[in-house]
Design a protein around this ligand. Sequence first.
Ligand SMILES: NC(=O)c1ccc[n+]([C@@H]2O[C@H](COP(=O)([O-])OP(=O)(O)OC[C@H]3O[C@@H](n4cnc5c(N)ncnc54)[C@H](O)[C@@H]3O)[C@@H](O)[C@H]2O)c1
Length: 263
Amino acid sequence: MWAETVAVTGAGSGIGRAVLLAAAARGARVAALDVDSSAASAAAASALEAGAGGAVAVACDVSSETSVTAAFDAVSAAVGDPGAVFANAGVEVNAPVHSFAVPDWERVVAVNLVGVFLTCREALRRLVAAGRGGSLVCTSSPAAFVGHAGGGNSAYAASKGGVSAFVRSAALDYAPHGIRVNAVVPGATDTAMLTTGVPAAERADAVARLRAAAATQVPLGRLGRPDEVAAAVLWLLSDESSYVTGSHLVCDGGLMAKSANDF
Ligand SMILES: NC(=O)c1ccc[n+]([C@@H]2O[C@H](COP(=O)([O-])OP(=O)(O)OC[C@H]3O[C@@H](n4cnc5c(N)ncnc54)[C@H](O)[C@@H]3O)[C@@H](O)[C@H]2O)c1
């Protein structure tokens, strides 16, 4: 059993949903936050079936200060102040820099970077007041460290680079409070995000192409599964990683360890 309340943003789908269910399976009380309220509700219902000690679904746009504040108030009222928080909600929009529309660039940064800040800020306000320590995990990306060969990734890469820098800085600020701040770095993981922007009718083909590419380009020869990333995140959220802060846990099948050159 896990006594903590675990809050997850972007819990309606993919990696966030997998983390919610993994925490639920350990008996945690869980809070599913997502801008897609029906997806959040479905995830919370699945969490109860998976063994959660309690579950709440809260509609939350992480890019909105008022929405995040209200969401954490709702979480605290329903399942208690979270001791472990996964700041994970994210979006991806790709275009070459010279044709990137400002609203699209700003939205990526607002959700991926400002959203992480707002989520962590609400969590930290409660954790500092409680004085019992805690653990925050933010979702970064290989794009924070290396260029994406597919191109057009400037906004996403900048937002995730910001998340990684934020994590290191916040880790130092809150270490004296016993609050740890870390990042997970998922590689190409089999979620809806992989086919963002692909028309529904073409999605199955796109997924097949991605799986074929992963077979030759990812050292472990396949896409990652959300539950594999969730195992890494659960470790960071739990006391099992009690001496780890300001750190990045790469869960990418070896992708970032590999050079494209074979000489
Ligand atoms: N899938 C990958 O290959 C991959 C790789 C590296 C990093 N990531 C990161 O992992 C995180 C989770 O992505 P995923 O792959 O599970 O994608 P996903 O699309 O399956 O899930 C993302 C979730 O975030 C929610 N969301 C989007 N905007 C939001 C907002 N403004 N407020 C609250 N919720 C919002 C969506 O509704 C969705 O439920 C993201 O930060 C993403 O950038 C994904």
